[in-house]
Design a protein around this ligand. Sequence first.
Ligand SMILES: Nc1nc2c(c(=O)[nH]1)N[C@H]1C(S)=C(S)[C@@H](COP(=O)(O)OP(=O)(O)OC[C@H]3O[C@@H](n4cnc5c(=O)[nH]c(N)nc54)[C@H](O)[C@@H]3O)O[C@H]1N2
Ligand SMILES: Nc1nc2c(c(=O)[nH]1)N[C@H]1C(S)=C(S)[C@@H](COP(=O)(O)OP(=O)(O)OC[C@H]3O[C@@H](n4cnc5c(=O)[nH]c(N)nc54)[C@H](O)[C@@H]3O)O[C@H]1N2
Ligand code: SF4
Ligand SMILES: [Mo]
Length: 727
Amino acid sequence: MASTVHRTCPLCEAVCGLTLTLDDAGHVTGVRGDRDDPFSKGFICPKGASLGRLDEDPDRLREPLLKERAGWRAASWEEAFAAVRRGLDEVTARHGRGAVGVYLGNPNAHTMAGALYATPLIKALGTRNVFSASTADQMPKHVASGLMFGHPLAVAVPDLDRTDHLLMLGANPLESNGSLCTAPDFPGRLKALRRRGGRLVVVDPRRTRTAALADEHVFVRPGTDAYLLFGMVHTLFAEDLVTPSHEVNGLDEVREAAKQFPPEAVARRAGVPADVVVRLARELAAARTAAVYGRIGTCTAEFGTLAQWLVDVLNVLTGNLDRPGGAMFPKPATEFAAGRRTYAVGRWRSRVRGLPEANGELPVATLADEIETPGEGQVRFLLTVAGNPVLSAPNGARLDGALGRLDFMVSVDPYLNETTRHADVILPPPRVLQSGHFDFALLGFAVRNYARYSPPALPLAGRPSESQILAGLAMLASGLEGDADDLDEFVIGQLLDKAVRTPGSGVEGRDPGELRVELEGATGGERRLDLMLRLGPYGSWSGGGDLTLRTLLDHPHGLDLGPLEPRLPEVLRTASGRVELAPPRLLDDVERLRAGLEAEPPEMVLIGRRHLRSNNSWMHNVGPLVGGGNRCTLQINPADAARLGLGGEAVVRSAKGQVTVPVEPTDAIMPGVVSLPHGWGHAGGGQRVAAAHAGVSVNDLTDETTVDVPSGNAVFNGVPVTISPTV
Ligand SMILES: Nc1nc2c(c(=O)[nH]1)N[C@H]1C(S)=C(S)[C@@H](COP(=O)(O)OP(=O)(O)OC[C@H]3O[C@@H](n4cnc5c(=O)[nH]c(N)nc54)[C@H](O)[C@@H]3O)O[C@H]1N2
Ligand SMILES: Nc1nc2c(c(=O)[nH]1)N[C@H]1C(S)=C(S)[C@@H](COP(=O)(O)OP(=O)(O)OC[C@H]3O[C@@H](n4cnc5c(=O)[nH]c(N)nc54)[C@H](O)[C@@H]3O)O[C@H]1N2
Ligand code: SF4
Ligand SMILES: [Mo]
């Protein structure tokens, strides 16, 4: 019998509700937007509409693969785990835990397994060689938030639905559907902003679809947002337009620092005329409410953390932090109050290059160094979970070589691809529809408070869930017998013990055993979700409301928890109890920025690009999502193409490598800048459709030796390149 299920789309940060129809064999026969979802209201994009195709891709692995001399062999789960145990034991017996490394990719932010089991797994592995896609992405935001607000997850998002003025830098939500700003139907929300008389200004080296929708598009030279933003801060002080809404520390230091960045000086460097810099600042200050929002274009850049810091400095200086219509802190249902602690970055440093730890991990830009460089602590065993760093990390080509030299590698991934082909064992997670879904991470960045849980729509049919795979690895690594349930009980016990000892938790002084029996859920993961919901700000135990897992199960379309509300005092975790506007660590980096003011910009620089029907490296194996306009081409200004005498293809060279790629002249991109999307260059051997649309990897050009200094984040935008015709 055909059935209908309602689920959150797990493919991007917009968390759209989907309504799927399944036939009696469990095949997806239709996907549409869930009109009854109070947040997404029926919105869907082409990727969501292809979820069934993706989920049933015949190239997805259904059983573990073991690499043997003769090639790949399908194996049972027992065999596969036994092989992992042997590999891990051999390496650690000889070289200790310091020889173990782990890389966590982007989909961990979209799975319950990633949210609930990655941390115990890292603890069990007992290593500091922890890497993730975060240092190829948003780490600068975490570092800036950590230093300013005391918590790396205290991320202020633009109050999209109420703001009168949105200044957006380095984001293209019409293609990406938004990031660190969870907003299903981002395009519709931007159109609504304009319809209600609001103003949208987009700063981008390319006139994107988002820029085309805006009231104003400002070209900026790649990697120079921090200059532009400092020029605006300078203007606010110079024109007496500073009206902070809170008592903050460091106002004088910021004023002093900004003196070095007058609009005329930054204009030269950023390629934005001085009068525009001044006007952008005045407009921001004059708007009834306004928000500054900077995303990946500003993060994966040489001054990523400074840019993220200045975004919020502007929000503070114009009185827009933590007020409706400004930049606000969401209140997610699974947040629960932690004690005050001091945020620190660089608590330890990477072995080879001395790059700083941030949020407990090391920069992916130095993963190859750690694998290649001999000595105590050299990574010889690597576990990758939901990641494809060969295509996603800077200088992925070097990493490709390094992975081949590991003693042992394990990948948890549904595909045999450019990264997992180096593994000795591949452990495939089950289908999306066989997994429960709750957005632990993304709902903390949502522009409306909201929660939705999707239980598995199909039974596991003999396969382990991804949670069970990660828990199994954690148990194996800690040398314990037992399964996921044992791990979950342990974690639940720890959380309950802590909660009953925490003043104001709502369960202070109660008996953990009694609380434990109240928890519901078909799996340990569901019970942990129930616990977090109950202790969370709307929870039945915290006194904030009556939310439990049961409530969410009773609301399969999701639950609206209201508009964002001011709550700065609740989220602030700084030792001073105030916003730290001028953290010393960031002031230190200002000197690096100032030194670059006079630098002569390279003649041609490279930036990235996203396309609506793609998602990083792993959706190119679905026919309807590849081809058409979704191509791996080099966008270049027609004047540059003519000057360089380019024909159909061009050779792009950087300090690290070269690629040959079709040329797409377009005046949408500013002169001196070229753009290539990432996630292409397919050569894994396990994705037949992707192989037919291989393209080239932009990360064969990007440079792992340049990073954003405070965060160690990779630099993908503003990479110097030279371009020549093919001969
Ligand atoms: N040049 C350049 N490079 C970039 C970027 C850029 O803009 N320009 N963007 C960066 C950004 S923002 C990011 S987030 C990174 C992404 O970096 P990665 O996370 O390393 O790369 P992805 O392509 O997202 O790879 C995801 C992997 O997870 C697998 N997968 C998919 N679903 C699941 C699942 O449910 N479970 C498991 N276990 N595996 C799954 C896929 O098969 C794939 O192998 O790339 C970064 N790299
Ligand atoms: N369709 C699709 N959606 C996705 C993804 C995908 O690959 N495809 N990836 C997902 C992931 S992992 C992430 S992190 C998000 C990212 O979401 P977004 O941040 O919205 O990502 P992009 O669409 O790459 O937009 C970045 C913009 O920054 C511009 N830019 C480049 N360099 C600079 C610069 O120096 N300064 C400024 N001001 N702008 C610059 C680029 O031209 C581009 O338009 O998207 C997510 N959603
Ligand atoms: S916008 Fe994102 S969440 Fe919504 S349907 Fe598309 S991929 Fe899924
Ligand atoms: Mo990302």
